[in-house]
Design a protein around this ligand. Structure first.
Ligand code: PMP
Length: 415
C-alpha cells in the first residue's frame, strides 16, 4: 500500500524532499508526518482539498477539529477581508476583541474572565502557570494519552522530553481512583473531557465528577482542556456534563480558522491579570488580540456556529458513527467519540483509555488511512475524523461506502 501511495504521489514526494533542506524532515507539524512521506496540499474549498498531484479528497481530517467551518466559509472570508482592509498589526486594542471575549463568555459561563493566546499550547501553558501561581503549589495531575500541546504531552504513562518542568503525576484516564491522587500539594488537574488525540475516548461522568469533587476538596484548580471538545455543544462538553471547571482552555475552531487559543475561568483567579490592580501579573503577547483572529472568531461564533448549528453538526456525527458501528458490528473494529469528533480503533473492545487504544494493530490503521486516500477520502492518519460544517449527506455516504469497501477488501486481515 505504501508503494502504491508513493507511486501515485510523485509531486508530494518532491515537495517533501525539497522542504527537508530547511525544515527537519521537511516538517514543521509532527502530527502530519507519516511514512513514506505526507501529501502536499495545494488548495481547499468547502469540504474538499486537492494535493500536489491533482487528487481530490473529501477532507474529514477537519484540521484535527480546528477546521469546523470548512475551507472558504463566506461569512468568515468577509470578516477576514474587512479586517485586512482595515489594516493589521494595529499597535493597540481593537474594537473586536471585547465583543469576541463576551461572545465566548456567553457560551462558556464558567469562563467568567478570559485572556487570548495564539494557540492551544499557549493557553494550557498559561493556565498551568496561573494555577501554580494561584495555589502556590507545584504538582499537576494529568492523564496518560492526554495532549495539551507540544510541551504538554503524555503517553505511555510518561511526559514527553520537551514538556514543561511541572511536577506532573500521570494517571489513567477514566479511572475514578485517580481522584485520590489529588492532595494538598496539587495545583491543578488538567484533563480533556474527551481524550482527543489519544483516540476520541469520552471521559465518563463518574470519572470527571470525581475529579471535580477532589479538586474542590483540596482547593486545587480543575482545568478542562476543551481545545477540541468545545465543538460538541454550544457550551462545549462542560455544558453537556453539567460540570463547571475552575479554568477552561480553548483553541482551534473558535478562532474562525486563524491561530487561536484562550484560557479563562473563575473571576478571583483571572483577576490576577487585571493591569489596573496592584500586583497584577503580566501576560503581554504581540498577537494575543490579532485582528484577523478576533474578527474571524467573532463572526464564526455569532453568525455561523450558532447553538442550532452545533446541534445539527454533532447530530450528523452521531448518525455517521452509528452507520459505521453497524458496518463493523462483530469485527475487531470500534468507533469511539462523541458528535462531530470520532476515531476508528482496530481493537477487540472499544478502548476506554490510552493503553487500551495502543493495543490496536498499527498496520490496520495505516491500511485504512491509505485505502481511504485512494478512494478520495482523507481522514487523519491516526484514524480520527472531525466533521466540518461543509460536510453534507453526499460526503457522509461516500465515506461510509469507502469504509465498507475497505472492510470487504481487507476482510482476511480483520478476523
Ligand atoms: N489541547 C488539545 C486537547 C489539543 O487537541 C491540542 C491540539 N491538537 C492542543 C491543546 C494544542 O493546541 P495548538 O495545536 O493550537 O497548540
Amino acid at each position: 500500500a505504501r508503494r502504491r501511495y508513493a507511486g501515485r504521489n510523485p509531486r508530494s514526494r518532491e515537495r517533501f524532499e525539497a522542504a527537508a533542506t530547511a525544515l527537519p524532515g521537511g516538517n514543521t507539524r509532527t502530527v502530519l508526518y507519516h511514512p513514506p512521506f505526507p501529501l502536499g496540499i495545494v488548495r481547499g474549498d468547502g469540504c474538499r482539498i486537492w494535493d500536489a498531484d491533482g487528487h481530490e479528497y473529501i477532507n474529514l481530517v477537519g484540521e484535527y477539529t480546528a477546521g469546523l467551518y470548512g475551507h472558504s466559509h463566506p461569512v468568515l472570508l468577509a470578516a477576514v477581508r474587512r479586517a485586512l482592509d482595515g489594516g493589521v498589526n494595529l499597535s493597540g486594542h481593537t474594537m473586536v476583541e471585547g465583543p469576541f471575549a463576551a461572545a465566548i463568555q456567553r457560551r462558556f459561563p464558567s469562563m467568567e474572565l478570559l485572556r487570548f493566546t495564539n494557540s492551544g499550547t499557549e493557553a494550557n501553558t498559561l493556565a498551568l502557570a496561573t494555577a501554580t501561581l494561584h495555589t502556590g503549589r507545584r504538582k499537576v495531575l494529568v492523564f496518560d494519552g492526554g495532549y495539551h500541546g507540544s510541551v504538554l504531552s503524555f503517553h505511555g504513562g510518561r511526559g514527553d522530553p520537551l514538556n514543561l518542568p511541572h511536577e506532573f503525576v500521570v494517571a489513567t484516564y477514566n479511572d475514578p481512583a485517580a481522584a485520590d491522587l489529588v492532595d494538598d500539594d496539587t495545583a491543578a488537574v488538567l484533563v480533556e473531557p474527551v481524550l482527543g488525540s489519544g483516540g476520541c475516548i469520552p471521559g465518563t461522568a463518574e470519572f470527571l465528577s470525581a475529579l471535580r469533587r477532589a479538586a474542590t476538596r483540596s482547593h486545587s484548580l480543575l482545568i478542562f482542556d476543551e481545545v477540541m471538545t468545545s465543538r460538541l455543544s454550544a457550551g462545549g462538553r462542560q455544558a453537556q456534563l453539567g460540570i463547571a471547571p475552575d479554568l477552561t482552555t480553548i483553541g482551534k475552531y473558535i478562532g474562525g480558522g486563524m491561530s487561536f487559543g484562550a484560557f479563562g475561568g473563575r473571576r478571583d483567579v483571572m483577576e490576577r491579570f487585571d493591569p489596573t490592580r496592584p500586583g497584577a501579573v503580566a501576560h503581554p503577547g504581540t498577537f494575543n488580540n490579532n485582528v484577523l483572529t478576533m474578527s474571524a472568531g467573532l463572526a464564526g461564533l455569532t453568525e455561523v456556529y450558532t447553538p442550532e448549528a452545533a446541534v445539527a453538526l454533532n447530530a450528523r456525527g452521531d448518525a455517521l458513527r452509528e452507520r459505521l458501528a453497524a458496518l463493523t458490528a462483530g469485527l475487531p473494529v470500534h468507533v469511539t467519540g462523541i458528535g462531530s469528533m470520532f476515531a476508528v480503533h482496530f481493537t477487540a473492545r472499544p478502548p476506554t483509555n490510552a493503553a487500551e487504544a495502543d493495543r490496536a494493530d498499527p498496520r490496520l490503521g495505516e491500511l485504512l488511512f491509505l485505502d481511504l486516500l485512494e478512494r478520495g477520502v482523507h481522514v487523519a492518519r491516526r484514524g480520527m475524523v472531525a466533521l466540518s460544517l461543509a460536510v453534507g449527506d453526499a460526503e457522509c455516504d461516500r465515506f461510509v461506502a469507502a469504509v465498507e469497501a475497505f472492510l470487504a477488501d481487507r476482510r482476511d486481515l480483520l478476523r
